[in-house]
Design a protein around this ligand. Structure first.
Ligand SMILES: *Cc1c(COP(=O)(O)O)cnc(C)c1O
Length: 368
């Protein structure tokens, strides 16, 4: 019995493997490695892909969030809203900027930020909301925009799990909805590099210029290298990663379509009263296919016995992270905590065969 893998990155990339190695080989012969034309080309391609004017390649998705927040020019202790279920990078970047994270519970059906809870958490000090498109499922941005209308609150999208997703209400690509958006190209994301990489997209020249400086130790154009106009960091996208990403970008729509098809099969055929499926909207790209069950331990045993890999995204809600526990101890986030206790991510590798999918469905449907 061959194991069913959660994700098989090499299988996804097989067709472009040679092209990637050739282009890297040609590039390193030029003796230029940092902020090269290859990086600029990828930035242009990724901005086009998202439908934004600008894209800024950075070291990883966590830095993208830090730099995007810094670009807003907020004051110490200004409040930034973060959903209570996300990857920890979202909240950590708020803290690293000296800003105050305010948690909002998630919606129990779609696992994105809950609109009613959001309304209650907005104060006079709220300056930004980080809208996370969790699992590749677009958050309700149209409603969020209505809630903050005329309030001087900026939106940063955390699009680390949503490359290529669409908001069909706003008729926009994810990454072009907020004031700035942040992407991660961690290898396991829908678009992944061969190491760490990330990107910020925006339509605003002022944020673009600030972010370009921030990623390069305060240097806007490389002409006067020793100068510094903001307190930046060193978080530049590697040339090698930009080459990998330019080539893989040509395949992402096709790979996303394959994920969408697998998800449709799961949506239609998983039927078990012990399992709750999440509501994904039509523009989702299914970075993860997550279900909830009270009997997670039993299900895990069954999956292990059948050699089916699985994931848990995530086992801890943000308010329960050890570092933040005291900060949020008076508050409760029942939906985020419930998801943490019950969630399990099924394999959704784009090349998962029909037979593998049906085996997974069978096991889920027969589990008590
Ligand atoms: C992966 C991820 C990040 C961080 O990206 P890195 O490239 O790993 O630093 C941030 N937010 C979310 C929601 C993510 O899934």
């Amino acid at each position: 019995m061959l194991p069913i893998k959660f994700l098989n990155i090499h299988r996804q990339d097989r067709r472009v493997h040679k092209e990637i190695l050739n282009k890297i080989s040609n590039s390193i012969k030029k003796n230029k490695f940092i902020l090269t034309n290859e990086v600029k080309e990828f930035e242009k391609e990724f901005a086009d892909f998202c439908g934004t004017k600008f894209a800024i390649g950075v070291g990883n998705g966590t830095d993208a969030l830090y730099i995007a927040l810094k670009s807003l020019g907020l004051k110490k202790n200004d409040e930034v809203i973060v959903p209570a279920m996300t990857w920890k990078s979202t909240i950590v970047s708020v803290s690293n900027c000296g800003l105050r994270p305010i948690l909002v519970d998630i919606n129990k059906d779609n696992s994105n930020i809950d609109l009613e809870n959001l309304k209650k958490k907005i104060t006079k000090k709220t300056r930004a909301i980080i809208v996370v498109h969790l699992y590749g499922n677009p958050a309700e941005s149209n409603e969020i925009k209505k809630i903050i209308k005329n309030k001087n609150i900026k939106i940063i999208e955390d699009a680390a799990q949503a490359h290529g997703a669409k908001d069909l209400i706003l008729k926009k690509k994810i990454g072009s909805i907020g004031d700035l958006a942040c992407f991660s190209f961690f290898p396991g994301k829908n678009l992944g590099a061969y190491g760490d990489a990330g990107c910020i997209t925006t339509n605003y020249k002022k944020y673009y210029k600030k972010a370009i400086s921030l990623r390069n130790i305060g240097n806007y154009n490389n002409r006067n290298k020793s100068d510094c106009n903001v307190v930046g960091i060193n978080s530049r996208m590697d040339t090698i990663q930009s080459i990998v990403l330019s080539i893989k970008l040509k395949t992402i729509n096709e790979l996303n379509q394959k994920r969408i098809k697998i998800a449709a099969n799961y949506n239609k055929n998983i039927n078990n009263k012990n399992i709750k499926k999440l509501n994904y909207s039509i523009g989702s790209v299914y970075h993860q296919y997550v279900i909830k069950t009270k009997k997670r331990n039993n299900l895990i045993k069954k999956l292990k016995k059948n050699k089916i890999e699985y994931g848990i995204h995530y086992a801890t809600s943000i308010n329960k992270l050890r570092f933040y526990k005291n900060t949020f101890k008076e508050l409760s986030f029942p939906n985020a905590e419930d998801l943490a206790a019950k969630c399990i991510s099924l394999p959704i590798d784009p090349y998962l065969s029909k037979r593998e999918q049906n085996k997974i469905i069978n096991i889920l449907n027969n589990f008590k």
